[in-house]
Design a protein. Structure first.
Length: 530
């Protein structure tokens, strides 16, 4: 409970203003007692009208969020603490101008996880073009620690959202293009039986330089019938050393993924585990392509409205992490990691035999030698200081490598199995199991019923029509019904990419351009012969 209560007083302009009654007998009005409505309108008009998402810290008399709803098309969120105090406010004045507006949300007593989850779910940078936090200072003074914690949580959420938006803006167009082409090419709807197998012992093979010295151990594992999952980058290394993996995983949406398979005699019976966002040509490399769904909204939409794809975790940003998710999904109890360096070792980028040498060899000329290309690749990102400065290490980490390693450590710590990482020359992987264990994360997704047996072509035609039928929203996604929201959400990564290329586009213009571009892309696929 807070140590104050509210009373109310009329301003000169006739507005009802909440007054805080403090324990020492003093009073503190939350707004001007002259004309609080005009004060709020002046402040809101001073803020750029392009901001589409405003978070107000403190409800008070609601004058500032009312002005935001009246003068802008922004989504308005208010955060306040102590439900009893908030109840006093609602008992003392009329807030219907806020509560009757679909763009308004009130969060009372949110903890950090709830607040972060709300922002991750509802704040979309491409749609709202920025988030601004507006504190009601006279209210914050009474609960400073709570509001400071809320502000810090907002900043943490924004960092995650901006990072995700950066990835979406870079790959959004390619993701969409690849997904709809893969949908067209899938012959038989239905989940592949690969995921129904339960495997006890699994080896996961990454392509770090340390793999060269670990191949003998891996050969012994193969002789003992250990199930081997390898990254696409490591595939040529294994095949060139006579090791046939039991599954190959690829998650990159870019064309360069194809280079991992050039020159490889990939046996047609080896399952090729592909993100549905993968380049369409990759599925032709195996008689056993198995698509899975990452967290892309269109991939999740496919699972719900067309056919069931097993969902694998790609949030670690690298293929080794997804291999770990695959091992988890097939019930592995003992996992050994090979070649997981997450660093450049002795100036080597990958194990011997990966695509990188042949790729640069084919591109070299007298002006751009193989050595120059390898050096440019090696030094394209700055190196980080070693976490243990007392050790004389022969490896070099970048910010991306360290992020990948930390994410893998986090995931491994939460898995209900034993995980061993063969120590190579790269960055040490520290796996500390969480005390609170752990539910097995073999998730059962909603299986679709309505459209499960229709072809990919029919599904794409229906999806295209659903996009075309989306109404204008005027920056208010709540104008869409539940089905329309699901369709609209599938367009958000594409929207991020278009927004990056055309930052001056207004929201409605941006949405219409995205709809038209997606429809045109689908029509192109529908009209293209295989």
């Amino acid at each position: 409970m807070n140590s104050f209560c509210y009373t109310f007083e009329k301003s000169r302009s006739g507005e009802i203003v909440p007054i805080i009654n403090l324990p020492d007998g003093k009073t503190q009005p939350l707004h001007s007692l002259v004309d609080p409505k005009r004060e709020a309108q002046r402040y809101i008009t001073s803020i750029t009208k392009d901001i589409g998402f405003m978070v107000f810290l403190g409800l008070g008399g609601g004058f500032f969020p009312e002005a935001a709803l009246e003068l802008t098309n922004s989504q308005v969120v208010i955060i306040d603490f102590d439900k009893d105090s908030v109840a006093q406010l609602f008992a003392g004045k009329d807030y219907s101008k806020l509560t009757d507006n679909s763009r308004f949300t009130l969060l009372t007593d949110p903890n950090s996880d709830e607040l972060k989850s709300f922002l991750l779910a509802y704040y979309k940078p491409a749609l709202y073009n920025g988030l601004k936090t507006i504190p009601l200072r006279t209210r914050i003074e009474q609960d400073r620690k709570k509001f400071e914690k809320a502000a810090a949580t907002i900043q943490e959420a924004l960092e995650i959202i901006q990072s995700d938006f950066s990835v979406q803006s870079h790959f959004g167009l390619r993701w969409f293009s690849n997904i709809i082409r893969n949908v067209k090419n899938i012959k038989e709807p239905g989940e592949n039986i690969f995921f129904t197998n339960q495997i006890d012992e699994v080896a996961i093979v990454a392509a770090g330089p340390s793999l060269d010295s670990q191949l003998d151990i891996l050969i012994e594992k193969k002789i003992k019938k250990t199930f081997i999952i390898c990254s696409d980058t490591a595939l040529p290394v294994l095949l060139n050393n006579g090791i046939e993996p039991d599954a190959v995983v690829s998650i990159d949406c870019q064309f360069i993924s194809y280079y991992h398979f050039l020159g490889c005699k990939l046996k047609q019976n080896i399952p090729l585990i592909l993100d549905i966002t993968s380049p369409p040509m990759l599925s032709s490399l195996s008689m056993s392509p198995v698509f899975f769904s990452s967290s892309h909204p269109l991939a999740l939409y496919l699972c719900k409205h067309w056919q069931h794809f097993r969902q694998l975790d790609t949030s670690g940003g690298n293929v080794t992490y997804t291999c770990l998710s695959l091992a988890e999904n097939i019930g592995a109890k003992h996992i050994t990691l090979f070649g997981a360096d997450f660093a450049y070792v002795n100036c080597q980028t990958y194990a011997k035999g990966t695509y990188i040498n042949s790729y640069f060899s084919n591109k070299q000329n007298r002006l751009t030698t193989l050595e120059a290309q390898m050096s440019s690749f090696l030094y394209r990102s700055p190196f980080l200081p070693c976490e243990d400065s007392k050790k004389n290490n022969n490896y070099y980490e970048t910010s991306s490598f360290r992020f990948y390693r930390k994410k893998l450590e986090e995931k491994a710590a939460m898995m209900d199995c034993t995980i061993t990482c063969l120590q190579g020359l790269g960055a040490p992987i520290n796996i500390q199991k969480k005390i609170n264990k752990i539910q097995n994360i073999i998730k059962k997704q909603d299986t679709c019923i309505q459209n499960r047996n229709i072809s990919g072509l029919k599904f794409l035609k229906q999806y295209k029509n659903d996009i075309a039928a989306l109404p204008k929203i005027d920056n208010d996604i709540n104008k869409l019904n539940a089905e329309e929201k699901q369709v609209f959400t599938t367009l958000l990564p594409f929207m991020a990419a278009v927004k990056k290329r055309n930052p001056a586009l207004k929201t409605n213009d941006l949405i219409e351009e995205v709809k038209l571009s997606c429809i045109n892309e689908i029509e192109k696929v529908l009209n293209t012969k295989n």
